[in-house]
Ligand binder design. Sequence first.
Ligand SMILES: Cc1cc2nc3c(=O)[nH]c(=O)nc-3n(C[C@H](O)[C@H](O)[C@H](O)COP(=O)(O)OP(=O)(O)OC[C@H]3O[C@@H](n4cnc5c(N)ncnc54)[C@H](O)[C@@H]3O)c2cc1C
Length: 557
Amino acid sequence: MIAEAFDAIVIGAGEAGAVAASRAVEAGHRVAMIYREPYGSTCVNTGCVPSKFLIHRARVAHVVRTAGRFHVKTSGPQVDVAGIIDEKNAMIDAHRDEAMTGARAAADLLTLIDGEAAFVGSHEVEVAGRRLRAERIFIATGMRPTLPPIEGLDAVPALTNETAMELREVPEHLVVVGGGYIACELGQAFKRFGSDVTIVQSGQHLCPREEPDVSTLLERAFAREGIEVHVAHRAARVEPSDAGVRLFARSKDGHHLVVEGSHLLVATGRTPNTEGLNLPRAGLDVRADGAIPVNDYMETNVPGIWAIGDVNGEQPFTRVCQEEAKVAYANGFEGRRHRIDRSALGHAIFTDPEIASVGLTEQEARAQGRDVAVGLVTFDQIEKAEIMGETTGLIKYVVERESRTLLGAHVIGPDAANLIYDASIVIGQRGRLDDIAKTVGIFPTLQEGMEGTARGLLRRLAPDEAKRPLATTPIHADEAERRDLETMHQSFQCPACAADLEVSERLGEVDASETGEPEVADASNREEPLTSSHFQCPACAADLDVKEGLEVPARTS
Ligand SMILES: Cc1cc2nc3c(=O)[nH]c(=O)nc-3n(C[C@H](O)[C@H](O)[C@H](O)COP(=O)(O)OP(=O)(O)OC[C@H]3O[C@@H](n4cnc5c(N)ncnc54)[C@H](O)[C@@H]3O)c2cc1C
């Protein structure tokens, strides 16, 4: 089979693949992009967008259900899940169609091929009966739900994120296996739609990669909401039951747990989509978990092949995938040597309370051997949170003690994903705690909590700094103002044309107030002693001579 030649092959049309392909096409390169139905990313089809859609509707139901605590009486929510799913699907279909239309519009440079890609050489790929060849290949095949080795799992109808968000009825009792962000987000959403929810998690905490304090607060919030959480229990077996499904789990110390529910949601992690790619034919390394290892340039071990997005197992979040694609594209096509900087790439978990995190956790920073200081404030100290009645939460900053460089920020509480953004800016700029501590926000906002936490920590680390008034002009502006005050202005009339003139002694500037247009008479005057300055009248061009203390200049010619 003769190989069709392209400038680049992109495998996967998700968040990472689409960005790499569109950048290459915009630059005039011929690209083959291989995709699988449904077209587009996990984010749009079965990930971020549908889950955040359901989470939002679930929150509306929750607000209605709990409105009584704000002295607003309601008769309780009647949730039409089928209606919500239809609306969600219509929105996703529109997004997908838009993406597909955009891709087809670039058909002169972009060849879309529907099928399963597999390598047949280091720079050759086969798909749908075609062989393609390119010097540059971007692997962006994403991940799929992991199905753990639970006995009997294939004998019960197990939901994943790909199917749970299509349910047209509220499950009576949803049993969730797993305690990461997908388990928590979807578990809480269904609780708010009206399901009983039980979460069985093998780790010691929900969302165990977050700060331990953050996970603990989430567990307390879930308990208050009536979500049953069993941590430190590994699911071992499932079987069908009269109610629907029965799950058997065990703790390390031998405690047995049996949970029965109407539906089972498995959310125990995600596996990179690499097994069908025939990576050994390309000479590509692959990790035991299926991920393709990359360096900071997004390069694999094979020159000319980059692995971007979830498939490399680094930071599986939409905006990170897009950044990885940009780095790989620039390195592959523009001859750059960009390294990805992950220090300011944050993420969020859209539970209620919401979780957001950027940079290092306290433990990670200490593990790097840094001398770390930590500031922590709970949301009950934030007036806006009190007003909203949402005081469950905390803010935590991790800084390097001596330099006060901000290393990490972690928030659980209302609107955490938005609140964390300032910290992302500061960390990205290698900035300090002071940047947040000394910026005055608006009252009353949740953001004041971020500012207040930073200031509290600054008070401990540098009390004198924290005492200074905050809204004063920065040093360089102070300096400029001082100079301005020292500048002597002389006003007089030009003896030749009678225009009203003003001479600034320090800068040697002449202002023709008659015309209202300030002009610099002669830049060289700036350095001249002002005892005797020569310049031209900006109104009549007469040569003038100003002597110090003289009100009226003399005409020199
Ligand atoms: C339930 C859920 C909620 C999420 N919520 C968020 C969130 O709120 N915020 C956030 O930042 N991230 C979130 N994510 C993660 C986010 O969706 C992913 O990080 C992102 O979509 C990954 O993009 P990608 O391009 O790497 O892969 P994908 O978007 O998965 O795209 C990979 C594409 O490659 C295709 N493919 C795979 N193998 C082949 C092959 N052999 N040949 C051809 N095509 C192939 C796949 O079908 C897929 O279309 C969520 C994920 C899930 C599952």
